[in-house]
Design a protein around this ligand. Structure first.
Ligand SMILES: *Cc1c(COP(=O)(O)O)cnc(C)c1O
Length: 452
């Protein structure tokens, strides 16, 4: 009998996160203050984020960072997550490739986001913070943060992208169930929100508008810190629990991946599964290929430029060196809400620039075709975000079919799609379409890049 699922015992869980910055030959460039244009240190960032997260953000020295005991205890509620051999998908594709996926959908919140939410709330609580704010797009991060805040006894205020709030009403219900206060963004409750609404009364909201509002609330409220679900280095660090587990689980399966794939919003689940394997490329001469799957409608990795840009629409955040489409980029309302962000994380941008990974862009319909095949073979309905990774994995498996290569493909299933059934309905009814953007569209928003 061939084994399908590989699971670690509690005492086999990794006890430290992997910090790839320590192993990078070219270190990431620093975040920069938008007004003074000086590099930012821990003290500057700690005005916004929990201090320990800022220390981790800028740590280019320590290869491994211990996971606090209290965070490990909470990880044990749902970790390890299974590594699964997708035999049924392989068979449907008639591919000689071995396809594995790491199933991050099997926790009460339904996505990988909880891995970092628990860490960020733990550090906030340790430092005497009482309130946390954040933004959320599709709602997975907000849901994870709402739960983590409750676990560690913090009050959470979440700004949710207005359009996503309308498309996915259940996600606000989940956040409110865990005790968070939820506001649609742009809103009239902040200066940033008012400015945006004044300029464009029908603005559907974006991660950029919601970040501006959450940061403003955090910086104008005592004992309140802002938390972020993606993009930043410390978020990717916390997510490496995914790849560190997968490394042990692949060894249980007696294999090592030739290709590692994840979908790409800001880069946290990609970094989470990729970095622990990439360390063997950097240190031990392995030649694994790393592929980040982004939507065709928001192609910062494949068609963006590497520049300093703001993380948010209003220009409140530090300037970050990243592959970006420009902070004023307004992506189409695709269903993979978690992938509608204009820029890529700093570490990933550097790795991409250095040729250590590559991006692929996936049209919306191809992602749903892939998600549908996955659901019908492996029995799991994937999040529309995760379907981009599945589509990229299928492309690789199809190539193996042509060449006869028995490659080992590992992808991250970042979440399930059970709260995204409206999207599946639209797909099944033939109402979904692709959104290819023109070079002129990209040129236009790139003109708004800060000059530095
Ligand atoms: C948020 C989210 C993503 C995208 O975020 P990354 O930081 O790029 O991982 C992908 N999949 C799911 C299910 C998400 O919730």
């Amino acid at each position: 009998m061939k084994q399908k699922r590989f699971i670690l015992q509690e005492n086999e869980l990794p006890t430290a996160w992997y910090n790839i910055q320590a192993d990078m030959a070219t270190k990431p460039m620093p975040p920069i203050h938008p007004a003074t244009r000086q590099p930012l240190g821990v003290d500057d960032l700690a005005r916004i984020f929990p201090r320990e997260c800022c220390v981790q953000e800028l740590d280019t020295e320590h290869q491994f960072i211990p996971i606090p005991e209290e965070v490990l205890d909470k990880y044990k509620f749902y970790r390890s997550t299974p590594l699964v051999r997708a035999y049924a998908l392989e068979q449907a594709l008639q591919t000689p490739a071995h396809i594995y996926f790491k199933n991050e959908s099997v926790n009460p919140l339904g996505s990988h986001k909880i891995n970092s939410a628990l860490a960020q709330c733990y550090y906030a609580k340790q430092e005497g913070t009482t309130n946390v704010t954040t933004e959320t797009g599709a709602g997975q991060w907000g849901a994870a943060l709402a739960y983590a805040a409750k676990v560690f006894g913090l009050e959470a205020a979440v700004y949710q992208v207005k359009i996503s709030m309308q498309q996915k009403p259940y996600r606000s219900s989940i956040m409110r169930t865990f005790g968070a206060a939820v506001t649609g963004s742009p809103s009239m409750s902040t200066r940033a929100g008012k400015d945006i609404i004044t300029r464009d009364p029908h603005h559907p909201g974006s991660l950029g508008t919601a970040i501006s509002e959450a940061v403003e609330l955090a910086t104008t409220t005592p004992n309140c810190k802002y938390t972020l679900g993606s993009v930043l280095n410390h978020v990717g660090l916390h997510q490496t629990i995914i790849g560190l587990e997968a490394e042990k689980q692949m060894a249980m399966a007696g294999e090592y991946p030739d290709v590692v794939i994840a979908c790409f919003g800001g880069g946290s689940n990609f970094g989470g599964i990729a970095f622990p394997f990439m360390r063997h490329n950097l240190k031990d001469g392995k030649q694994t290929e790393f592929i980040a799957a982004e939507p065709e409608s928001c192609p910062k990795l494949t068609r963006g430029v590497f520049r300093y840009d703001f993380g948010d629409e209003a220009g409140y955040t530090p300037l970050l060196p990243m592959f970006t489409l420009g902070h004023s980029f307004k992506p189409a309302n695709i269903h993979a809400g978690g992938l509608r962000y204009h820029g890529a994380g700093v570490i990933i941008s550097q790795l991409l620039k250095d040729g250590l990974m590559r991006g692929v862009d996936i049209p919306q319909l191809e992602s749903f075709d892939a998600g549908m095949l996955f659901a019908r073979t492996e029995g799991i309905i994937p999040a529309p975000e995760s379907s981009h990774a599945i589509a990229a994995a299928i492309r690789e498996a199809e190539k193996c079919k042509q060449t006869g290569d028995e490659k080992v493909i590992l992808f991250n299933l970042s979440g399930h799609g059970l709260i995204d059934m409206t999207a599946y309905d639209q797909y099944l009814n033939g109402d979904l379409m692709n959104y290819r953007i023109t070079d002129a569209d990209i040129e236009r928003t790139l003109q708004g890049l800060p000059s530095i």
